[in-house]
Design a protein around this ligand. Structure first.
Ligand code: BGC
Length: 388
């Protein structure tokens, strides 16, 4: 698979993004209980009809921001919105989507918990003539997915691995070869196996790391290199922490140094950091390894500013929400949304036409340029490590 660059043009209206505060979760805190919840519909008179928006969880702040941004954009465009969060529970998400269909939703925007678990809901939607837009995560094994809005997920993995190599000094930030030759010890982690994205991220990352593993610049002392060995169920912070603890016990108790950790997501990175801190990393004689992430969560952006985590990947949820709104509007106007990729996302039954956005690597020295200047966070929020 090759990495492609897409000239992603942000089309459509400007969304009022309200980033909901997420409780200032720090590296040491566990994942909150996420019971699922109904944020209700707008209740306002609308001419555009009802659109159901199904998000996986509120434990990670990106999904709250995504849900709020999609809702705001649709309401601004004159639609009524039923926004639901499913508490990372598959039956809850299925029921919520069933209810959206019963309530008369005219389109569905869905970020699936398990990409293979929604076939019967999607059949019901298709039978009722309701278009389905997969949001960020591909819905698999169903004919009844009309469109997919997401980021270039393979490239996200490439960027994660690239930032790991930059942190080690093997590459320079501009992509040119750095001076460091190692050998370096690294460990890799991956997301939830039931999320199609996890496979794309891991494939992009491992393809980028492989030449350096082959040449001996990188070594993986635990021997865990397959996605099944390093997956983090539901992307949970506690699972990531436990996986890291197991690896440290198995391969590092004899004093072997650990130089880098590929982590797929900021919440997981915080679990990994906790495991490392508990094992004495972060001191002068045992420095914190280079640790990656994803989503530019505010608590992790602060950890990057503080030099604890090395990098994250910024995926601008405002732009993704824009694209979901544009796609929904197209369907409800009797048109097809415009795709910029019609090859990559085969869901097992068909290739789903997609609109892919680009992402950026965040390091300590470009937090301001990428996250503050774009209005994603304020400088005060970055300093505090929580949204206000
Ligand atoms: C998303 C990531 C996110 C992860 C965990 C993935 O599907 O693409 O942005 O970090 O889920 O929520």
């Amino acid at each position: 698979m090759s990495t492609r660059k897409f000239a992603a043009v942000a089309v459509g209206m400007t969304l009022a993004l309200s980033l909901a505060a997420c409780g200032g979760e720090g590296a040491g805190s566990g994942t909150d209980t996420d019971t699922g919840g109904d944020t209700g519909s707008s209740g306002e008179e609308s001419e555009g009809g009802l659109i159901g928006v199904s998000m996986p969880t509120q434990t990670s702040e990106r999904w709250i921001a995504d849900g709020d941004a999609v809702k705001a954009g649709l309401e601004e465009a004159g639609y009524e919105v039923d926004l639901q969060f499913a508490g990372d529970d598959i039956p809850t998400q299925s029921q919520q989507i069933d209810q959206m269909i019963t309530k008369g939703a005219e389109a569905l925007i869905i970020a699936a918990i398990d990409g293979t678990a929604l076939a019967s809901q999607l059949q019901a939607a298709a039978d009722a003539g309701i278009p389905v837009i997969a949001y960020d995560r591909l819905i698999r094994d169903s004919e009844n997915v009309n469109f997919y809005v997401t980021f270039d997920n393979f490239n996200v993995g490439v960027q994660q691995a690239t930032s790991l190599l930059v942190g080690l000094g093997v590459l320079n930030a501009d992509g040119s070869e750095g001076t460091a030759t190692g050998p370096f010890n690294i460990e890799v982690h991956a997301g939830s196996l039931d999320d199609n994205n996890a496979h794309f991220f891991f494939a992009g990352a491992m393809e980028t790391l492989q030449p350096y593993i082959d040449s001996g610049v990188l070594t993986i002392p635990s021997g865990k290199t397959e996605i099944e060995q390093v997956a983090i169920l539901r992307w949970q912070q506690e699972v990531a922490q436990k996986n890291m603890e197991d690896v440290l016990t198995a391969a590092y108790n004899d004093g072997t140094p650990l130089h880098g950790v590929l982590s797929p997501f900021d919440g997981a990175s915080r679990g990994i950091i906790t495991a490392l801190q508990n094992a004495g990393y972060g001191s002068a004689d045992k420095p914190m390894p280079v640790i990656t992430g994803q989503d530019a969560e505010i608590a992790s952006v602060k950890l990057i500013a503080d030099g604890v985590q090395f990098s994250t990947i910024f995926k601008d949820t405002r732009k993704l929400a824009d694209q979901a709104v544009v796609a929904a509007e197209a369907y409800l106007s009797g048109e097809e949304p415009e795709a910029n990729d019609t090859e990559t996302y085969d869901n097992g039954v068909k290739v789903v036409p997609s609109y892919l956005l680009e992402s950026d690597i965040v390091y300590a020295d470009n937090i301001e340029a990428l996250l503050v200047d774009s209005g994603y966070y304020t400088a005060e929020e970055v300093a505090a490590g929580q949204t206000s």
